[in-house]
Write a protein that binds this ligand. Sequence first.
Ligand SMILES: C[S@@+](CC[C@H](N)C(=O)[O-])C[C@H]1O[C@@H](n2cnc3c(N)ncnc32)[C@H](O)[C@@H]1O
Length: 256
Amino acid sequence: MNLRTILKKIKPIKYYFTGRIFYNDKRFLDVQDNVKIESEKRPFRSEIINFLLSLKNEKTTYLEIGVRNPSHNFDHIKADFKHSVDPGKEYKLNPVEFKMTSDEFFAKLDANEILTNEIKFDVIFIDGLHYAEQVDRDIQNSLKYIKNDGFIVLHDCNPPSEWHAIETYDYRVTPALNNWNGTTWKAFVKWRSNPEINSCCIDTDWGVGVLSKEQLIGDAVKPSNPFYEYLVFEKNKKEILNLISFEEFKRRLLKK
Ligand SMILES: C[S@@+](CC[C@H](N)C(=O)[O-])C[C@H]1O[C@@H](n2cnc3c(N)ncnc32)[C@H](O)[C@@H]1O
């Protein structure tokens, strides 16, 4: 047995060697570079949502699904009527109007038990449970309550690595460390291929996806990744997501 093997039997030394491999791995370092690039991108989601609301010449109505700490986004949104939904899983204070899951919220809205089932929103921001199946349901429900010229906005559509897009929320010993985008991207990509929906993803703040029934922000894409494999997605991200800058997005809407 050589000295290294003997030393590795001592726990702190074994941890040191394992940690050294983890932190110096090329893939780990590449992911850190990607995360740095992503974190420095601007604008943040709030500015994009406020831009969309500012396009309206009438009183605006906004819904946010998944709020956590409202000082991060909700409080910055400039709309005449604002509604918020969150079951309070991540922020104990949970100062929202509807303390429930998005499924419960839409079920009550459908049944006319809260607000009114005639309500139409200008912008719905989906940022609740980041699993494809849930996000897909949030999109389907939102489509019933979004104005024809309104926008459904989704956070976390552009995970910078496969570890940011893992299914296990609470396992953080990966190169993504504390950041998690979940599988939101799969639901967004599914709707990107619906020819009745216009869509694109603004390349900032972990991917701000936008869907609209009438606003011509981007054509649907032909489905090319039937098994929603992350590595296939990563290679063709620009086209699959219709990934564009905020400047380009504004040009499309203002037709400049
Ligand atoms: C990423 S945080 C939201 C961040 C916030 N929108 C922002 O821009 O800063 C996700 C939130 O979704 C909430 N959430 C979890 N499951 C949910 C569900 N089924 N329906 C609605 N919200 C949910 C969590 O409680 C958490 O507060």
